[in-house]
Ligand binder design. Structure first.
Ligand code: GLN
Length: 482
């Protein structure tokens, strides 16, 4: 088997019996062993016995014998699920997340759990209690977060795909920074059951893959109603790979955001790649027009308030009494709660809990939260208006290149600004996909994102596939992982 092999290619080798399922598993386990020490993408890799492999293959499902890793906030029964936190370093999941269950039912095989920013709070992977994940394209740089480990592992070819989670960009940002395809589906498309919550009103599971086809395949497996998650949608199960023709849908109207061109702080090479990508889409037959969404610039502010408020509530359950790594020196119950949270949460998590509780405090009378919710509705309405004029909107995924490790870790505001193009659709609950659209002079991947209206996954995948298949960027791989 060759390095950086895709799911589709593995399936073809398995179907022709050119490799055995055991060989596939051993191939990736050997790559994890060989390369992960330089990346820190995998927190724990699992042994997989012959019987497990045979059972998986006997399902004859769409992922029969295909290995993967899961971000460490996706519950795997009996396994440690730490969410990248010291507070949960010894917590073992008591059940499987629905996403994991669906992959297993389709024949997939979990090879481990992957590194992440603590409780998915971060954009760089540097807020993991287990050290930063490095970018396979340049190991002095971050791989983006919070799904840093899943992205780096797929980008280095340690697994053919991984699941991350997104609340406000955490799949797409690392996808852009490591040259992968990453998708945030419509809110409710995928079940959140068994995902350690950050901000429940935007949290979603999303796949990280080498190609658009593979991504469409995984999201087809994940989708659909789950009785354990009341926010999951009653949608008809669809195979998104079926409509991937390589052609843009006839008459496709693509919107570009008015302020992309003027957006300060946007890296020049990213701006250029974006402009070339738009031209390319036109050459494939799309009509391109500008769309104006005046409230989009408040996306970050809205996300800031909403996500912190929800995080403060969601994380109140981690006080040492029920889960994980309790402080043992406390003399009273109150002290145990306080010490556990004080000692075991990292600074960024504490910062967010504090801001969230501050916004919720009676002194503020709900002012921040209510205003944020109000503007959130306006942004949602602006997306709906925009999607009357155009079918999809494209933008750069990130305004910046992956930072050097340590470069902005002490500057939370700079880090939050990297989410400019990523959070608006999350607060609107609408889908978006990032895929590679260029390579910088220094050899770092650049991402392009397609945003669509609610439940436009099929259309997004068709357009992204047409773009991918007519450009060379998905074939580029980082050096040193042969
Ligand atoms: N960068 C965002 C944040 O720090 C992304 C989080 C996420 O999507 N989980 O909140």
């Amino acid at each position: 088997m060759k390095p950086f092999i895709t799911i589709k290619e593995i399936q073809s080798l398995l179907a022709k019996k050119e490799v055995s399922p055991q060989e596939v598993v051993s191939f990736f386990q050997a790559r994890i062993k060989k390369y992960d020490h330089s990346l820190n993408s995998i927190l724990e890799s699992f042994d997989v016995d012959a019987q497990t492999i045979n059972t998986a293959c006997a399902t004859n499902g769409p992922l029969s014998g295909i290995p993967y890793v899961l971000k460490d906030n996706i519950s795997q029964h009996g396994r440690i699920t730490s969410a990248g936190s010291n507070l949960l370093k010894n917590y073992r999941a008591t059940y499987n997340a629905t996403a994991h269950k669906r992959l297993q039912k389709a024949g997939g095989l979990s090879l481990g759990r992957a590194n992440m920013d603590e409780f998915a709070m971060g954009g760089s992977g540097e807020f993991s209690a287990y050290g930063p994940t490095k970018n396979p394209w340049d190991t002095t740089r971050i791989s983006g977060g919070s799904s840093s480990g899943p992205a780096a592992a797929v980008a280095a070819g340690l697994v053919p795909f991984a699941l991350g989670t997104e609340t406000g960009g955490s799949v797409r940002l690392p996808a852009a920074f490591t040259g992968l395809v990453g998708m945030y589906p419509t809110y409710g498309h995928n079940s959140r059951y068994g995902i350690l919550a950050f901000a429940s009103s935007t949290d979603q599971v999303g796949p990280l893959t080498k190609t658009v086809y593979d991504n469409a395949l995984i999201n087809s497996v994940l989708s659909g109603k789950d009785e354990h998650d009341s926010s999951s949608l009653q949608i008809e199960k669809k195979d998104y790979t079926k409509n991937l023709t390589g052609k843009l849908p006839q008459g496709l109207r693509i919107g570009i955001l008015h302020d992309v061109a003027e957006h300060e702080g946007i890296n020049e090479e990213i701006r250029r790649s974006f402009q070339e990508s738009v031209k390319h889409l036109e050459s494939l037959g799309a009509t391109v027009k500008h769309v104006t969404m005046p409230h989009l610039k408040y996306g970050n502010a809205v996300y800031f308030v909403v996500s912190r408020v929800e995080a403060a509530s969601n994380l109140s359950r981690y006080d040492g009494s029920l889960y994980g790594n309790r402080n043992k020196d406390a003399k009273t119950l109150q002290e145990m709660y306080l010490n556990t949270r004080h000692d075991k949460f990292g600074d960024e998590v504490k910062r967010r809990i504090l801001t969230g509780n501050y916004a919720l405090s009676s002194k503020n009378k709900g002012e921040y939260y209510n205003t944020a919710t109000h503007v959130r509705n306006i942004i949602r309405a602006e997306f709906m208006e925009a999607f009357k004029e155009v079918d999809l909107i494209v933008s750069p995924t990130s305004p910046t290149m992956p930072f050097k490790i340590g470069e902005v870790v002490d500057d939370p505001i700079a880090m939050y600004l990297a989410d400019y193009f990523l959070v608006p659709n999350c607060i609107a609950g609408t889908p978006a996909l990032s895929l590679p659209c260029g390579l910088s002079q220094t050899g770092l991947p650049i991402g392009l994102q397609f945003m669509g209206p609610r439940l436009s996954e099929d259309l997004i995948y068709q357009a992204a596939y047409a773009f991918e298949q007519s450009t060379p960027f998905h074939t580029q791989t980082p050096a040193n992982y042969e």
